[in-house]
Ligand binder design. Sequence first.
Ligand code: ATP
Length: 284
Amino acid sequence: MKAVLEVNNLKKELGSFSLEQLTFSLKEGCITGFIGVNGSGKTTTIKTILGLYPKDDGSIKFFGKDMEKNEYEIKNRIGVVLDEGYFYEEMTLKEMKSIIAPAYTNWDESVFLNYINRFNLKLNQKIATLSKGMRMKFAITLALSHHADLLIMDEPTSGLDPLIRNELMEILLDFMEEEGKSVFFSTHITSDLEKVADMLILIDNGKIVFNESKDELLERHALIKGDNRLINEHSTKLFLRLRQTPFGFEGITNKVDQVCEQMKDIIIERPSIEDVMLAYVKER
Ligand SMILES: Nc1ncnc2c1ncn2[C@@H]1O[C@H](COP(=O)(O)OP(=O)(O)OP(=O)(O)O)[C@@H](O)[C@H]1O
């Protein structure tokens, strides 16, 4: 599978925070979820790879080409949804569109109008009067109206109700139906990814912790529940994260076989993405 984005040894310092030697790639034809707790560096990474923050070191290639030398071509092939929106509040949707559309050689007015109708947006409404959900829908409409091959979204679902979040996931799946499309989106609401993500990248404190297929990652780990009497100095080491209450223990392990061999009368469950994420996030 071709890589649509290759990031190598990316370094970016921002105040006391830094992205340290970030190296990862995104495969074509995949929805990749970029997960991490608040402040882990998702937005900084996305803004740096898009060139909105200058990088300190490292290389970024989209579709095998350097961003610096091929900015116009690359930006034509990317649709971007950022959390802050970057809209002029006093403009109507139609006016805002007229500013953005000419930046793209492949702008498709019929696709734009299709999404406007699908989302029940009104072209004469002022941006300032849009609700959070409508604003996100408008941002997605703009990002999808120039036949982008890669959609990059920063926290598109934060602050949205489950109904709209579900609708967004459906849109992503529709977008992926065409060959050669890819999506990269950051979120700390990992439940959104259970259904749609093919790959998951976890960032914590500015470092990549894993970049793996969602199914493999969830199969490699298990959520174990059992009686507290099973927990001792030796068995504790089998868990990445262990919580005990007076009623029993609950732990995440990547040593499923060893746990099954050594602990009897336990309940073994498939973990959620959030369970796995929290097992790898360092407590601060
Ligand atoms: N302009 C800035 N100057 C200094 N520090 C910053 C700046 N922007 C972000 N940071 C810091 O960088 C760290 C990473 O922030 P970032 O917004 O990338 O995290 P995030 O994973 O996107 O978080 P969230 O899920 O809350 O959006 C945080 O500690 C934040 O305070």
